[in-house]
Design a protein around this ligand. Structure first.
Ligand code: ZN
Length: 135
């Protein structure tokens, strides 16, 4: 794993959270993006090498809705950047980690992503992401 690429934070109201994090980080949100397949609106901030991803649900049955219902707002996942997501998925599956996606999928911010089940990672939802090369 190369680095912590971003932390995902589940929020109830994206606009309010964006202005809070703009004040906190003293930097403007550089991108907002809807990920229809996940039922989320996202907003990104750059903080040095890493990013903050704010996640707001767009429908009641989305994973973010369920998360907020159960645990309230807060840190939702940690994303690690990897060089080769397929290879990492294979490596971790062989070690007994539960990969929640059979194949990497297209996530926000031009990434291929997959998630690991928190039951094998001490309660933390882990995202792997690989930058899609734009050619
Ligand atoms: Zn993420």
């Amino acid at each position: 794993m190369l680095k912590i690429e971003h932390l995902g934070i589940a929020v109830k109201n994206l606009d309010e959270a964006i202005s809070t994090y703009e004040q906190l980080l003293n930097t403007p949100c550089y991108k907002t993006e809807a990920v229809e397949s996940e039922g989320v609106n996202t907003a990104f901030f750059q903080t040095g090498e890493s990013k903050i991803e704010l996640l707001e649900s767009t429908r009641p049955e989305s994973p973010i809705s369920k998360f907020i219902e159960k645990k309230g707002e807060g840190i939702h996942h940690i994303a690690f950047e990897v060089e080769n997501i397929q290879a990492e998925m294979k490596r971790l599956a062989a070690l007994g980690f539960t990969i929640l996606n059979e194949h990497p999928k297209k996530g926000a911010d031009n990434k291929l992503i997959c998630f690991l089940h928190p039951k094998n990672t001490n309660g933390v939802l882990i995202e792997l992401c690989q930058e899609l090369t734009t050619s």
